[in-house]
Design a protein around this ligand. Structure first.
Ligand code: GLN
Length: 417
C-alpha cells in the first residue's frame, strides 16, 4: 500500500510506556542514519547525522522508529498524490489516503498498535486522519519542538500525532512536548495530558455556519454527532467565521508558498541528497538538478512563492497576507470568548478516488482545504475524530483556543466514546 518509505532494518522493540507499539514518523522529520527525503526525489539518499528533538524524546522514552511515513513532496498537497510512490487508502485501494501525512494515517489504520508522528502546515494531519478513519491531533503552534523538521513554511509547521485512539495521542504528547532551546519558536508550557479527561457536560461548542457545505453523507454523520452531543448536555451554538471562510485559503497559500520557496532554495544537489552532472557549470548544474528532481507541485510553489515575495509585489501580496492573517486569528479569538471549542466536519467529503482527483486543477485542490486552514493559520490546537459509523469514514474536527489542547483532547475522547 506504499505507506512507508525507508524502513529501519535494525528497529528495536519499544520499551517502557511504548511497549507493544511500533512507531513511524513522517518522512520530513530527521532520523539519524535513516533516509529522510520529505517525500522528494531531490533528497534521495540523504541520511541525517542527527535525530530531530521529537525522535530524541521518543528514544529516551524507550521507543524506536520502525519506518518513515510517506507524504506529499515537502508537504505540498492534500491527497498524497504529489509523490513518486503514491500510497493507497487501506479501506479502499482505489481511493487516496489524504495528505500530506497520508503515509502516517494509512499505517495507523492498517497496523495494530501503531502510532505515527506527523506534521501539519495547513491541515495535513486532520485531512488524512479523516479520510483513513483514524485520530489526528495537531498541537498549539510551539508546544512541540520543530528542530529537525524539514521546513515547509516555518510560521505554520507543527509536529503532531496520528493514532487509533485519543488516549494514544495523550500518551505521545506527554513524551514529545516541551520547550527546546534549538527551536526559538517553541514555548515554555508543559502539562500532563494523560490525566482524566474534562467533563463535556455544560460545555458550549460553536458550529460555524459557513463551514457546513459538505457531501450528504458527511453532513448526516455530522448532524448525528451533534444530536448525540446535545443529549449529553453539551450546548451547541451557531457561530460565524465569515472572514476565514472568505479569505483563509488565499491568505494561507500566499504565506505557505512564500515561505516554502525560500526554504527550497537550499536544495541544489550540493549539500543534501542527490548529485547531478558534475561536469556542468554552477548555474547549469543547479538548473539541471532542480529541473530533474523537484516534482511539478514543488516547482509551481517555487514560482508562485518567489513572485509573491519579489520587490514591487511583496507589499501587495505577502505583506498583505500577513496582515489579513492577524484579522483571521482575531475572528477565531472572538468566537472563543463565547464557546469552549469550535466543531465542524474535517473534510467536506469522504476519501475521493484517484481518478476523481487526477485531473483537478491546482486551485480546485487548494479550495478543498477550506475547513482545515483557518485553525492552522492561527496555530490553534485541533483534532480530527472519526464520526461516521457506516461506509467510508469522515472526521469531525474540534478546534480550541491557544494552549487549550487538553480541552480539545477531552472533547475528542468524549466523541470517540
Ligand atoms: N494541503 C495543504 C498544502 O498543500 C496543507 C499541507 C500541509 O499541511 N502540509 O499546503
Amino acid at each position: 500500500m506504499n505507506y512507508f518509505l525507508a524502513k529501519n532494518k535494525d528497529v528495536k522493540p519499544c520499551k517502557g510506556k511504548l511497549k507493544g507499539y511500533t512507531i513511524s514518523v513522517k518522512d520530513n522529520i530527521c532520523t539519524k542514519g535513516l533516509e529522510t527525503t520529505a517525500g522528494s526525489q531531490i533528497l534521495k539518499g540523504y541520511k541525517p547525522v542527527f535525530d530531530a528533538t521529537v525522535i530524541e524524546k521518543i528514544k529516551a522514552s524507550g521507543g524506536d522508529i520502525l519506518a518513515k511515513a510517506n507524504m506529499d513532496e515537502f508537504g505540498f498537497g492534500s491527497f498524497n498524490i504529489n509523490t513518486h510512490k503514491v500510497p493507497q487508502n487501506p479501506l479502499d485501494k482505489s481511493r487516496v489516503t489524504g495528505g500530506s501525512s497520508g503515509g502516517s494515517a494509512a499505517a495507523v489504520k492498517d497496523l495494530d498498535n501503531h502510532i505515527s508522528i506527523a506534521e501539519s502546515t495547513g491541515g495535513s494531519i486532520a485531512n488524512p486522519a479523516s479520510f483513513c478513519g483514524v485520530v489526528g491531533y495537531t498541537p498549539t503552534y510551539g508546544l512541540v519542538s520543530r528542530y529537525g523538521l524539514i521546513d515547509y513554511a516555518n510560521s505554520l509547521d507543527k509536529i503532531g500525532i496520528v493514532s487509533r485512539k485519543v488516549r494514544e495521542c495523550k500518551m505521545m504528547m506527554n513524551i514529545i512536548q516541551g520547550q527546546d532551546f534549538k527551536d526559538s519558536t517553541s514555548i515554555k508550557h508543559e502539562e500532563d495530558y494523560e490525566k482524566k479527561s474534562l467533563e463535556v457536560k455544560g460545555m458550549t461548542l460553536g458550529v460555524p455556519k459557513e463551514y457546513l457545505e459538505a457531501s450528504k453523507e458527511v453532513k448526516e454523520a455530522f448532524e448525528k454527532t451533534i444530536s448525540q452531543l446535545k443529549s449529553k448536555g453539551v450546548k451547541i451554538k451557531s457561530v460565524s467565521l465569515k472572514k476565514n471562510a472568505n479569505y483563509s485559503i488565499p491568505t494561507y497559500y500566499l504565506i505557505a508558498m512564500s515561505e516554502a520557496s525560500t526554504n527550497l532554495a537550499k536544495y541544489s544537489g550540493l549539500r543534501y541528497g542527490v548529485e547531478g552532472n558534475t561536469n556542468l557549470k554552477y548555474n547549469d548544474y543547479f538548473k539541471q538538478v532542480r529541473t530533474e528532481y523537484f516534482g511539478d507541485e514543488a516547482k509551481r510553489r517555487i514560482v508562485l512563492g518567489t513572485y509573491a515575495r519579489m520587490a514591487g509585489f511583496r507589499e501587495q501580496y505577502y505583506d498583505k497576507a500577513l496582515r489579513v492573517r492577524t484579522l483571521l486569528i482575531d475572528e477565531y479569538k472572538e468566537v472563543f470568548k463565547e464557546v469552549d471549542a469550535i466543531i465542524h466536519p474535517t473534510m467536506p467529503m469522504v476519501a475521493p478516488r484517484f481518478e476523481e482527483v487526477k485531473n483537478l486543477d491546482p486551485l480546485a485542490i487548494y479550495q478543498m482545504d477550506l475547513l482545515t486552514v483557518g485553525a492552522n493559520l492561527g496555530g490553534f490546537p485541533h483534532i480530527s475524530i472519526p464520526m461516521k459509523k457506516e461506509g467510508l469514514p469522515a472526521g469531525i474536527m474540534i478546534t480550541g483556543n491557544h494552549l487549550e489542547d487538553f480541552k480539545v483532547l477531552s472533547i475528542g475522547e468524549h466523541i470517540e466514546n
